[in-house]
Write a protein that binds this ligand. Structure first.
Ligand SMILES: Nc1ncnc2c1ncn2[C@@H]1O[C@H](COP(=O)(O)OP(=O)(O)OP(=O)(O)O)[C@@H](O)[C@H]1O
Ligand SMILES: [Mg+2]
Length: 284
């Protein structure tokens, strides 16, 4: 059963950038095999949560556990070596380097032969296969995001952190990136993903957390949050999120079909990976 413990736990983490506290007693769990999404308004502290895990936020309280081991305050390079890979929202590729060179840069901490991994990346990110020799800066926004994700995957991480992977992309490329995120996850990598496109993110997520003003506001399964009226009013009705699509048989939102998918994914969940704000969840 010990193998079923969550891969990543933030346990009442408080922190900032040396001045005022930015996040306050944030608790988040990423279970084995999960996609977990963080949503919330601009400035809510979503990226700061990523920074807390990566060791670039000054932690004032709480603990961060990776595979049950305390990594609170561990410097970024050591966090990466311990299996956490991160794709920042911006400046996440080297635009003047080719796609191939970007992937090589992603593998810089590897001392073994990473060619097989590279081949795997070109299989997973098929649109990149024909662009190996192109400078990353010449690719479309969607393909650049694929390079950024593939680069982060070169180390075969235990966990992938994605900060707004679909920001600024057209709906078509957004779809492609969300599909890629699902593929990567299906191949075994748990993913913690910040997203502004809340509807689509919750649609592919096992669970989600809503952060507001640096605090946990609510959490639940992706399907549960999609059906939550407060979440709907905050994120799914307009503004920062996608407008609700017209109901169609292919994409039911908050319907039994949509729920069934969430429940099917939830069915293989780690029993320990319950939302930390739920009563009784704070056990070790
Ligand atoms: N390096 C930094 N130094 C000081 N303050 C920072 C720094 N980065 C972010 N902040 C502040 O921390 C707060 C939370 O920012 P953060 O980037 O974590 O929010 P976010 O939820 O990711 O927002 P967005 O949706 O705009 O990306 C904001 O008030 C921001 O101004
Ligand atoms: Mg951010």
């Amino acid at each position: 059963m010990a193998a079923e413990r969550p891969v990543l736990v933030l346990d009442r983490v408080t922190g900032g950038y040396g001045g005022a506290e930015i996040i306050h007693e944030i608790s988040i769990i990423l279970g084995r095999g999960e996609i977990v999404t963080l949503i919330g308004p601009n400035g809510a502290g979503k990226s700061s949560v990523m920074n807390a895990v990566l060791g670039t936020l000054v932690i004032g309280g709480g603990r961060i556990l990776l595979h049950g081991e305390d990594i609170t305050g561990t410097p970024p390079e050591r966090v990466v070596r311990r299996g956490v890979s991160y794709v920042p929202q911006t400046a996440n590729v080297f635009p003047n380097l080719t796609v191939n060179e970007n992937l090589e840069m992603g593998a810089y901490v590897r001392t073994d032969d990473f060619r097989p991994r590279m081949d795997e990346m070109y299989e997973l990110f098929a649109p990149l296969a024909g662009r190996r020799r192109s400078p990353a800066g010449t690719l479309s926004g969607g393909q650049r995001q694929m390079v950024a994700i593939a680069k982060a995957l070169m180390v075969e991480p235990d966990i992938l952190l994605l900060d707004e992977p679909t920001a600024g992309l057209s709906p078509r490329f957004r779809e492609e990136i969300f599909a890629v995120v699902e593929d990567v996850n299906a191949r075994g990598t748990p993913i913690l993903m910040v997203e502004q496109n809340a509807r689509q993110a919750l649609g592919i997520a096992d669970r989600g957390y809503v952060l507001v003003d640096g605090r946990n506001r609510t959490d639940g399964t992706g399907a549960g949050l999609l059906a939550d009226p407060e979440v709907g009013a905050m994120f799914l009705g307009g503004g920062t999120a996608e407008p609700a699509p017209a109901p169609s048989p292919g994409a039911p939102i908050g319907t039994p079909a949509g729920t069934a998918r969430g429940e099917a994914r939830a069915g293989r969940r780690d029993p320990d990976a319950r939302p930390p704000s739920a009563p009784g969840a704070r056990r070790r």
